[in-house]
Design a binder for this molecule. Structure first.
Ligand code: SF4
Ligand code: SF4
Length: 443
């Protein structure tokens, strides 16, 4: 356990000897977070407490930790798990060229183009046949430490079930009817908020070798949504859509397929600038290359190893010139002191680079995460500031900003976008109908 946490626990036990283990755990969490957020020594915070009643001590600390929401949300909105921080679980923020040490493959892929290309690209890698990914998972332990070493392992498998499916979204929100084409699993970037770090349970990057089997119009059945001219399918849920495209060349098959099926939008969602293959192929306006964007400060502080905003926008411009459409996702919007200035600058930069008539959609989603991700983030990114804000536990087990703050973010950003081009489709990701209405979004 982290030395500071041990010291907080000890000091609290000395000051409040009658408090049980659970009470000490909650107070430790609050003092740890206040100390980090206010950049104050925890000893000072504990010394300032002159109450002895547990409820009073806890309320005092909650009020200090959550000054804006303490009086307006139920007390069970404050998520106070125990703290298990271990220095050895820090993320590795040095992005080197991807060169797996080990390649694991199943027998069925050995005649695939991708398997043979990987053999040529990584001659020094150790190739090992496995019975199945499931079997490998059973036989190998997984932890955050292993996750941090995921770039060392590549898995080549045939995907059997999970290629095409509706976006899992979340409970009770206004869903946009998006569908996902699953072109792999795992990412080399290190975004502090990434949900994969709490979700992925294989220490490696996974490529399916049989995507051509699923590019079949009888298997791709996307849903309609009033907001968009055509039903939408996209990749980029469990991996970045283009980051590995120079290795997988998946864009060859995908672009060809959707050029032949222009009644569907296909979206490549990315933060990368790995667009050479797309530029060679040339586009079609139903194929939308979309970039996740953020303010430059938040990119620098949270999206480690990723291309800069300007580089992403230059890639977008080149894709438009090559005949593709583009999209942008302000996701996640992170609240910080200068957020309005930061995000306004990003909106302005988008329209400096791209003519709005080529932008098919822009989505906005504020920072949210499964509650369990909080402990993963504080382990992997101990210096993060995203957890210092007031993130509240919601009905679906996710942490989010309080709704008035989210509505303020959505109204502000959509106004900035509409100022440049009022006809672009702007929509919210993972928000309930009430927030859509209050943010004055058209559904
Ligand atoms: S709103 Fe967001 S999470 Fe929900 S279906 Fe659409 S893209 Fe997926
Ligand atoms: S680019 Fe996406 S998948 Fe990759 S680390 Fe960032 S959030 Fe995760």
């Amino acid at each position: 356990m982290d030395k500071i946490v041990i010291n907080i626990i000890q000091k609290l036990k000395n000051k409040f000897p009658i408090f049980g283990i659970n009470k000490i755990r909650e107070l430790t969490r609050l003092i740890f977070e206040i100390s980090k957020k206010e950049k104050i020594d925890f000893n000072n915070i504990i010394n300032q407490i002159d109450e002895t009643n547990y409820e009073k001590v806890k309320n005092l600390l909650l009020k200090r930790r959550y000054p804006q929401t303490y009086n307006i949300v139920p007390k069970d909105s404050f998520y106070l798990p125990d703290i298990n921080i271990s220095q050895k679980e820090q993320a590795n923020l040095n992005l080197k060229d991807f060169y797996p040490k080990k390649v694991y493959y199943t027998n069925e892929v050995i005649n695939s183009e991708l398997y043979n290309r990987v053999k040529i690209l990584y001659p020094k890698a150790i190739f090992t046949e496995i019975q199945s990914l499931k079997q490998f998972q059973k036989e190998n332990k997984f932890s955050i430490y292993e996750y941090n070493r995921r770039k060392e392992n590549l898995f080549l498998i045939n995907e059997k079930y999970d290629f095409f499916k509706p976006c899992p979204c979340t409970k009770n929100v206004h869903c946009c009817n998006y569908s996902i084409l699953n072109i792999g699993y795992g990412c080399l970037y290190e975004c502090s908020y990434c949900f994969l770090q709490g979700y992925q349970n294989v220490a490696g990057i996974i490529f399916p070798c049989n995507i051509d089997e699923f590019l079949d119009i009888n298997k791709i059945k996307p849903l309609n949504n009033n907001l968009f001219d055509l039903p939408r399918v996209g990749s980029g849920e469990f991996t970045d859509s283009l980051l590995f495209d120079d290795i997988t060349l998946f864009s060859n098959n995908i672009v060809k397929f959707f050029k032949e099926n222009q009644n569907i939008f296909f979206e490549f969602k990315t933060k990368s600038t790995n667009i050479n293959n797309l530029l060679k192929l040339g586009g079609s306006r139903n194929i939308v290359i979309s970039w996740s964007v953020n303010s430059e400060e938040m990119i620098e502080q949270n999206e480690y190893c990723t291309p800069k905003l300007e580089e992403r926008l230059l890639a977008a411009k080149q894709c438009v010139q090559a005949g593709f459409s583009v999209g942008f996702h302000f996701d996640p919007v992170i609240f910080y002191s200068d957020w309005k200035q930061g995000y306004k600058k990003t909106v302005n930069m988008i329209f400096d680079f791209i003519d709005g008539k080529y932008i098919k959609w822009i989505s906005i989603g504020s920072l949210r995460m499964p509650a369990t991700l909080k402990k993963v983030i504080e382990n992997r990114f101990s210096e993060n500031e995203i957890l210092d804000e007031e993130l509240l536990l919601a009905y679906d087990g996710k942490l989010r900003y309080e709704s008035t703050k989210r509505i303020e973010i959505y109204k502000y950003l959509s106004e900035q976008i509409k100022f440049h081009n009022s006809s672009i489709v702007v929509y919210l990701c993972m928000e309930d109908s009430n927030v859509w209405n209050l943010s004055k979004f058209k559904k």
